[in-house]
Design a protein around this ligand. Sequence first.
Ligand code: HAM
Length: 431
Amino acid sequence: MSGRDSQGPADDALRAVKGMNDILPPDSAKWNYVEKRARATFENHGYREVRTPVVEYTPLFVRSIGDTTDVVEKEMYTFTDRDQRSLTLRPEGTAGAARAFLEHSVHVKEPVTRWYYSGPMFRHERAQKGRYRQFYQMGVEAYGVAEPTVDAEQIAMLMTLFGDLGITGLETAVNNVGGPADRPRFRDALVAYFTPRAGELCPDCQRRLTTNPLRILDCKVEGCKALVAGAPSILDFLSDGSRAHFDGLRRALDALDVRYVVEPRLVRGLDYYTGTVYEVRATGGELGSQNTLCGGGRYDAMVGELGGPATPAVGFAFGMERLVMTLPGDAEGFEIPADVFFAAHGEPARLYCLKRAAELRARGFRAELEHRAASMKAQLKRADRLKARVVVVVGESELSSQQVVLRDMKAGEQRSIPADDLVPELKKLLR
Ligand code: HAM
């Protein structure tokens, strides 16, 4: 590759890839807050963290997500690496987690496994508000339990988390897409319904009519959506087992006081789902058309189809960008201000402050100091901007008298104290 080619158009070096975002402070504080609360909620329910690579061999996604889904057909970042292997940036987290579960024979040691994960996912979608090409998900997966109470517990866990975060105006839609035994009859019914109306379907759905008719139910094109409204309902085709599972889910959701609506045409965009599927949407309008915060469901066949033992599994993932956008409050309000700001006058005082700041940090205080030789006024202004609770002022006279000036920024008062009393005085002020 020539030097010019490798550099590309001049300004590409100076902008992020389309659909991929930088998350800067103070917004990152909001992200950290959500992640921290989510981790605590997941761990409180017995989920433990798993970290898998952001790239996998391509066949993992093709086989698990399905070769006629939009994600696999149109959206994957797939490339050949230097070993001539086809790799794909993960478009979602479920397939990689299942691969890890299987590869490490986790089922042998831990027949009931509950994992959570968080990290970037990649889909080459049409970028718009709430829809990005690199986006972050947090998700959970539970393996080894077929009972619908675990599906309900996951949905209730989400509601607990979203409620703790202060997010209101949510709508939860649930459905059961049936298992492999229920599908052929439903598929036939869909084909019988859509074939005479094929002319009104979009070109993609005309193709789906032969490759994967269920996918038509998930089409976002208006004309197709209108036809889907009158299509057969999977709920009329469920086997006794699937019906009992769905009824069990509803009883458990009712027992947990989770409000939901049954949407018989909810199918979701990934082929691995069997049985329960659900989505949580924001109804406040802040997300425009991309208002699905979270999607999940059962995928009882995936681990077996990847070559492992038959293992029931259920999980969900929510999009961090969308969740952060619905989180009430200004980003600044999520930043944790400094406890103490050291304002020093002259180099000996600055070295003294440098040492005292290190000592305070070791004791768990959030301490900052001005490294530049700025005027006292400028230093106090910076302390104010950092919303520091207390400013410690040290100059030559303080050094020689072994005193420091303690300025309570909230009360707007200051006083001299013996330098040795700094820690107990701070503890009193910050209590
Ligand atoms: P998904 O519905 O494809 O499901 O994605 C889950 C969530 O990720 C969405 O509801 C949305 O909030 C967010 N999301 C998806 N695509 C984008 C995008 N391009 N830009 C921004 N946010 C996006 C899954 O990924 C499944 N793995 C969920 C799951 C886990 N099912 C079982 N276990």
